[in-house]
Write a protein that binds this ligand. Structure first.
Ligand code: ATP
Length: 149
């Protein structure tokens, strides 16, 4: 089954949005298979955001991500990457539609509450950066027969 890496960033944790955000994905029918609170070490921030390391906003991005604990998750489900990206909304909250997480809970691009992998390939890479294999569980949700045809 498809998997993705989602991370509630320090602003989402500090603003008390963890429960609300997790509830949205749970109610959609997606399955939480791994989760942990963690203050990310610098090496993992550099690895995760390596594509942005030369961008002018990178120093600010790095100190924001390291400003407090993040809530890291692996979610599973059919088309989970595209579904969660849609539920998260546009990178810039000013452009994110109402009903999306960023559209409902954020104002500015620098602090946009949550990260979500943008492709199956990226998801594999990001899951491997942040989770050990044994931290990821495997189980059936009892409602799966009413979610999948
Ligand atoms: N112009 C910018 N100014 C400040 N921060 C930015 C800017 N562009 C991106 N960022 C930060 O870098 C993160 C990664 O940017 P990216 O373009 O990969 O967006 P994204 O894929 O929607 O976001 P994420 O990877 O966090 O899910 C953004 O979520 C945001 O926190």
């Amino acid at each position: 089954m498809d998997q993705t890496f989602l991370m509630i960033k320090p602003d989402g944790v500090q603003r008390g949005l963890v429960g609300e955000i997790v509830a949205r994905f749970e109610k959609k029918g997606l399955k939480l298979v791994a989760a942990k609170f963690e203050s990310l070490p610098e090496e993992r921030v550099m690895e995760h955001y390596s594509e942005h390391k030369d961008k002018p906003f990178f120093p600010g991005l790095k100190s924001y991500i390291m400003s407090g604990p993040c809530f890291l998750m692996v979610w599973e489900g059919k088309n989970v990457v595209s579904i969660t990206r849609q539920m998260i909304g546009a990178t810039n909250p000013a452009e994110a539609l109402p009903g999306t997480i960023r559209g409902d809970f954020a104002l500015e691009i620098g602090m946009n509450v949550i990260h979500g992998s943008d492709s199956d390939e990226t998801a594999k890479r990001e899951i491997a950066i942040h989770f050990k294999k044994e931290e990821i569980t495997s189980y059936e949700r009892v409602d799966e027969k009413y979610l999948y045809e």
